[in-house]
Unconditional design. Sequence first.
Length: 358
Amino acid sequence: MTIELRALTADDWQVWRPVRLAALTDAPQAFGSRLDEWADAPEDRWRARLSIPGALDLVATEGDRAVGMASGTPGDDDRVELISMWVDPAARGHGVADRLIEEIVRWAAGTDAAELELSVMPDNAPARRTYERHGFRAVDEPGDVLPDGRHEVRMRRDLATDRTLHTYEHAADRYADRTDGHRAGLVDDLLGLVPVGARVLELGSGPGRDARALEEAGLRVDRTDGARSFVDRLRADGHTARVLDVRTGVFGGGYDAVFANAVLLHVRREELPGVLRRALVAVVPGGVLAATVKRGDSEDWSTRKLDRPRHFTYWTEDALASVVSETGWTDVVVRETTAPGAEERWLTVTARRPEDAR
């Protein structure tokens, strides 16, 4: 199924109208509005709904057929909202919801909001699982009251990492220009742990400096990055590369190593265990993890180097070693690898998946 997303304006109200009515017919309990409130609505009301300042309204299509919709709207308290989410029952299970959610998240990351919020019916378990897969978590605050006295469930996704990815999307060229061409020391660490010919999954390939060095040493590298701009650059240079969000994406499997230089430092503390577990199942028994993060014990934002905000999570040796071990890795070694005279301090971690796959 080939899905295209289209952003709508008020002039597209006739495109949006049948999708909205189909959603209200299919799942009346999932929306705050009712079919009878919109079935005979005049043109100006449809236009007004698609004219919310700062909002993004999407329709997903397969060929000439609309198969889903979603909207992102400004909210309150440093939050934006995902609303009006619906996928045609005939198109469910084909990634339509994923595409819509990912696009709304990208829109949200371009705002100054700290969180993306949504509401879901309390008994809609499939929807909740979908949102959880995309990093949303239920919060204790009750949502709107339903006719039967229950409350909608509120779910939120922290946007710190998404805003950082947004920075890279718009500053890939600047990052490449301001990053020296010397390969990272982590390259040598990995070369000492795997044989020639090993297959490596690189998280956060960026401009491709380290992947090139690994390949020149005889390894096979699968390049990935969370920012499309870097993936486009890599493809333009003749490399195979794919977009991969380390928090929610599919890593694949059968790798001899996962290599992540200066990438996991953008993952929030509570999200790192999930990333490490994905990396663990991506490598073969005995496979290797090699990664670097910044040393410290806090979180912070910085506009240094790119003149745009990036979020960093800092780790101490003990805390990093603990979380890596707790997620199933063995032979965990964490050491400081700060270069002489450097302003920022760095940690390198290496580990292995246990040989016993059970």
